[in-house]
Each structure stands twice: as C-alpha cells, then as structure tokens.
Design a binder for this molecule. Structure first.
Ligand code: C2E
Ligand code: MG
Ligand code: MG
Ligand code: MG
Length: 288
C-alpha cells in the first residue's frame, strides 16, 4: 500500500506493486521460453452426443507444465499471452498439434470423423494471415477442414471489424466451422449471429450448473431458450461443464444434442482419447 510522505505527497514506491510487476515480468519471460521451446502441452476433452452416447469430438485445451509452479492454468497465461503478443505463436502451436492429432485419430479409426475444437482468441483473428495459417495447418496435417471447429467468445464478435468478418468468411469457405464459446455470458445483442457465419453454440457451464433436473425450473427455461434459438437458426448446441447425471437427463429433455464435462471425462493427454477412439473403432458406441 502506498504510504503518505510527511509533506503529503504519495510515495512513488509501492512494494506490492513492485513485486507484482516483477512477478508478471518473470512469468512473461518464462512463458516466452516455454512457447519457443514448445514446452506447452495440449490436452483434449471429449464431447458426446446426448442421445446415443457416442463420442463426437474433442476440445483442445492448452496446458503449461511449469517446473516450480506446477500446471499453470490457461486462465492465468492466456491473458498474459494476449497482452504480450505471444498468443500468435501459442495459438499456432495448439492449432497445429490439434490438427495433426485429429488426423492421427482419423487414421486410427477410418470412417469415424471427430470434430476437433480449437480455442481462438480475438487477437489471433485480427491477424490478416490467420485464415492462411489455418489453411496451412489443415493441408500439412491432412485433417479435413470440416473436422475443425474454431471456438471463440461473443466478445470477439462484438468488437467486430470488417477484417474479422472477412477472416471468418474465408474460414467458412474452406469448410471450417465456428462455435460461440461460453454462449449466454457475453452480450444481450444477438445480431452478430446474423452477421457472422456461426455453426455451433456452446452453452456456458454457469447455466448447466444450475439445471434443476426436472427440466422445468427457471434456469431450465434459459437453457431451453438457447436450444430453441439454436434450432431456429439451424445451429448445433453443445452444453459445457456437465458434472451430474441429472444435468445430462435435464439437457436431453430440453432438446440439447451434445455435451461435454467432467461427468463424461476430464481433459487429458491425447493417449486417453486414442484409447476411446480405438475402442470405438472395434465396438458399438457405449451408452453414456
Ligand atoms: P473454455 O474454452 O470454455 O474451456 C472449457 C473449460 O472448462 C476448460 O478449462 C475445461 O477444463 C473446463 N471444464 C470442462 N468440463 C468441466 C466441468 O464439468 N466442470 C468444470 N468446473 N470445468 C469444466 P481450462 O482447460 O482451464 O481452460 C480455461 C479457458 O482457457 C478455456 O475455456 C479457454 O477460454 C481458454 N483456453 C484453453 N486453451 C486455450 C487455447 O489453446 N487458446 C486460447 N486462446 N484459449 C484457451
Ligand atoms: Mg472452448
Ligand atoms: Mg467455454
Ligand atoms: Mg471459457
């Protein structure tokens, strides 16, 4: 806390400010190194069809294993990466890993197509060469464009620019799908759903968390409205953060078609999904 000096002027030196700045700079330097040396890892969380229980895809989630700090969560280092410009290299790394891994799973289980979800920050979309980078990752990995889903939040589309629109149209023309992440938490205006080529709404975990199970509570009608909106606009709906079987039942009742959450599986290394894919290649889908 800044101390008042005798003459009434506030002190310029604030030890807490100093330590947090030093801390931030240290973290930034370490993140820069981790990105450059490709120390980041990509984990994958499965997505399932609510009716059949079939595995429909995965979401790629970046992880930073840190020698002293342990696993640093993305909520900490993604904002830092965005502020420092590291997000471009970080994002390319995740995108390319996910595309190559997705193509590997396609080889492991021919005929089954998994959706590969990759989170994209607004900063990445603003780069004029983003669509070209996506195209390159697809071509080099061999992953079909229709398997790739780019996830972005509403805020990304709200502070929209013509260049964002052009980028999304270029991606759309390639066959890449666009998902709105954390849907319902951002803005009341939904006009961007008309302006941008959106394919999927991911219903935010905060709504799923409060589902009553009966399918008749207030929160239930909220989820139902989103599902209905999706149906009206011909968009798919995926519920995020399912932790309880009762939520699964409520979502099914409300007409939601796909879901993701700890109830089905936590994010894990690629090998975890490889086992699911191998099981799927050799057997009937398991009921969730
Ligand atoms: P998100 O895209 O909404 O991802 C879902 C988050 O919810 C993940 O957290 C996931 O582990 C967590 N989750 C999944 N199921 C459940 C559940 O049943 N209960 C609870 N409590 N949580 C669940 P994670 O991996 O910590 O990622 C946090 C956020 O960081 C992501 O939210 C996304 O916005 C961002 N992020 C992660 N990876 C990347 C990336 O490669 N690039 C960018 N730009 N952002 C990323
Ligand atoms: Mg996401
Ligand atoms: Mg989300
Ligand atoms: Mg999120």
């Amino acid at each position: 806390r800044a101390k008042e000096r005798q003459d009434g002027e506030p002190a310029l030196y604030d030890p807490t400010m100093h330590s947090s700045l030093v801390e931030r700079l240290a973290l930034e330097a370490e993140l820069r190194k981790a990105v450059a040396e490709e120390q980041l890892q990509v984990h994958y969380q499965p997505t399932y069809a609510l009716d059949s229980g079939e595995l429909t895809g995965v979401e790629a989630l970046v992880r930073w294993p840190h020698a002293e700090r342990g696993m640093v969560p993305p909520d900490v280092f993604i904002p830092l990466a965005e502020q420092t410009g590291l997000i471009h290299d970080l994002g390319q790394f995740v995108l390319r890993q996910a595309c190559f891994q997705g193509q590997e799973w396609a080889r492991l289980s021919p005929g089954t197509v998994l959706s590969i979800g990759v989170n994209v920050s607004g900063k990445q979309l603003q780069r004029h060469d983003f669509a070209a980078e996506v195209s390159r990752a697809l071509h080099e990995s061999g992953l079909p464009a229709t398997s790739l889903v780019l996830e972005m939040t509403e805020s990304v589309l709200m502070n929209d620019t013509d260049s964002t629109l052009r980028t999304l149209q270029a991606l759309k023309a390639m066959g890449v799908r666009i998902a709105i992440d954390d849907f319902g938490t951002g803005y009341s205006s939904l006009s961007y759903l008309h302006r941008f080529p959106v394919d999927i709404l991911k219903i935010d975990r905060s709504f799923v968390e409060r589902l009553s199970g009966s399918g008749t509570g207030d929160e239930d009608s909220l989820v139902q409205s989103i599902v209905q909106l999706g149906r009206t606009l011909d968009l798919e709906t995926i519920a995020e953060g399912i932790e309880e079987h009762s939520q699964l039942l409520a979502l099914r009742r409300l007409g939601c078609t796909m879901a993701q959450g700890y109830h089905f599986g936590r994010p894990g290394p690629a090998e975890t999904v490889s086992r699911l894919v191998a099981a799927r290649a050799s057997a009937e889908p398991v009921k969730a």
